[in-house]
Design a protein around this ligand. Sequence first.
Ligand code: ATR
Length: 282
Amino acid sequence: MRDSRETIPPRAFVAGYPIKHSRSPLIHGFWLDQFGLNGSYEKLAVNPDEFPDFIQRIKLQESGYVGGNITIPHKEAACRLADRVDPLAEELGAANTLWLADGALHATNTDGIGFASNLDAARPGWDKAEVAIVLGAGGASRAILQSLRDRGIREIRVVNRTAERAQELVDRFGGPLSAHPIQALAELMKYADLFVNTTSLGMDGSEAPDLPFETMRAGALVTDIVYVPLKTPFLAKAEEAGLATVDGLGMLLHQAVPGFEKWFGRRPNVTDALRQLILADI
Ligand code: ATR
């Protein structure tokens, strides 16, 4: 008799609530087509009350699921409910990628890898920066702080409107991090060679503070996790000041790579054709 797993095409998903705006199906659909694989990637709206049952269901072999992405508001619950949580997700207390292996549900968080891989691709050597400023202390900031620390950045200054939130992250990640009020930002910029915006400031054409990018160190790099618009006010001002910039779309694309590889067994590339496909949708 044939093993039923051979005949069921692998299914993956993104689960969130709401989920309408997720671009993950476009990304994984592009790679499935590119490799000519007989698999699928679905968008699933899962109410928070139903999330624990959902996790039990995907573990059943007959579901055909091999894993999936988890987005807001389920990242913390996914971390709690998975059978095996890797150290990255464990430290963040949040998972965005699940996969089934050896009868267990595994969890990781690929946001930090997505951030660093995007910079690796666009600006090799970016991690020689000595002093980084990370603006914002929300969920997106955490994975980026973890990644900057793990890449050996010597001084990481977390700047946030609500100073206590920045301090919480310093307590969590320790070592090279320090917390600063937003009023100190302009002064801190003089001594930094990497600036990362992790807030929603400048998203969808909203205002962003006018910052003195021209005072940053020569050769400094500015990046933003916002990608709508692609050229955010921060990136536009940094460019005017003659600084190198990297937009945030690449982080979204690169964070998807490890999941696809785990579910479908092929390592995809982040290409310009994929960027164009997503850009046409935003
Ligand atoms: P996410 O999980 O997407 O990072 P979040 O947890 O809501 O979202 O965090 C948003 C971040 O943007 C926070 O650092 C927030 O600052 P506070 O901690 O002070 O709220 C920051 N932010 C949002 N709007 C802002 C604004 N108008 N000015 C300054 N910072 C802002």
